[in-house]
Design a protein around this ligand. Structure first.
Ligand SMILES: [Fe+2]
Length: 321
């Protein structure tokens, strides 16, 4: 998380929150990279994939042991082992620990699908306008056809990385990117923050003020590895919200387990106007090679209720993460 914001209610009894930019030390951005693993859509391959995932998650547990020995993320990468989970969180602030065990935060940890008004929170349009400024053909193809807009000769075996950079760049330094960030902040203030307050009664939340924009074309490659966000040294009080801006289904969506360690991996099937809440800090989540005809576009963000926010979480600094 390279920029964060703080929210507080704008008035007594009001559902809306006001946004106050504020630098927050702590979490690092996700570092998900393109890898070569592929998964076919048939049942046998899915079963095989499930076994593979089991292997990976067992690997994560083994890596936890490395974490407790105090290895840095860089060292763990070199050793091809991964870590954090609970071991890295030990020694947190006692009041934060109590809030993490509280009923409100526990309720937020449960996976849930939330409906929002896509006519009010025009995230899809804002992203399309931003990308269309970089590639005008996107206006005709829409978000699910971005692969054709950027490369009419698109093939699943190609890397989308150069196009992805072109699409993500404007998020940080263009007028259209600023417009998207404003729309996003409105969504946080008027939808996400009131939702979090309903559960935790918190009067402030911390959130990722610039969302992560993910774009995945039809491809033979998955993006990233199965992981929990704690592997990237994110603090334990974070709740994930995943906001697809195209219809998501089958291999063209996010897969996750419903509770930490449960390994009941399943796809999120959502339409525009729906977002998923989940506890990505401890629940393993991942994507598959997109075996459909459509590009997937999504925004994701993480939120920390103030009571759960640790301003100086263990192992958050001086790490490569
Ligand atoms: Fe993640």
């Amino acid at each position: 998380m390279d920029a964060s914001g703080q929210l507080k209610p704008s008035g007594e009894g009001s559902a809306a929150f006001e946004y106050t930019p504020r630098g927050v030390a702590g979490s690092a951005p996700d570092r998900e990279v393109l890898t070569g693993a592929t998964v076919a859509g048939d049942a046998a391959a899915q079963a095989q994939n499930h076994d593979k995932l089991k292997g990976w998650t067992q690997g994560l547990r083994r890596a936890n042991a490395a974490a407790t020995r105090g290895l840095s993320l860089k060292q763990m990468k070199q050793k091809k082992s991964w870590a954090p989970l609970a071991a890295f969180q030990a020694g947190s602030n006692p009041s934060v620990e109590a809030a993490l065990e509280g009923e409100g935060f526990r309720a937020l940890q449960a996976e849930s699908v939330l409906d929002y008004d896509a006519g009010v929170f025009r995230l899809e349009q804002a992203v399309l306008e931003m990308i269309s400024a970089a590639e005008p053909r996107a206006r005709e193809t829409g978000l699910s056809g971005l692969h054709e807009a950027f490369d009419p000769q698109w093939q699943r075996s190609k890397s989308f990385k150069p196009h992805r950079k072109k699409m993500n760049g404007p998020l940080y330094n263009s007028e259209h990117g600023a417009s998207l960030r404003r729309e996003f902040t409105k969504f946080i203030c008027n939808f996400i923050a009131p939702h979090v307050r309903e559960h935790t009664r918190c009067t402030r939340i911390y959130f990722q003020s610039t969302p992560s924009l993910r774009i995945q074309p039809p491809s033979n490659f998955r993006i990233g590895y199965p992981h929990t966000d704690s592997m990237y040294f994110h603090q334990r009080g974070q709740i994930n919200f995943w906001v697809p801006l195209t219809k998501v289904y089958d291999t063209n969506t996010l897969w996750l387990e419903s509770a930490p360690g449960r390994q009941d991996y399943h796809p999120l099937e959502l339409d525009i106007g729906q977002c998923a809440r989940f506890y990505g800090n401890q629940c393993t989540h991942f994507t598959l090679a997109n075996d459909t005809q459509d590009t997937r576009v999504s925004l994701d963000l993480r939120v920390v209720p103030e009571s759960c926010f640790d301003p100086d979480p263990p192992h958050s600094r001086g790490r490569d993460g």
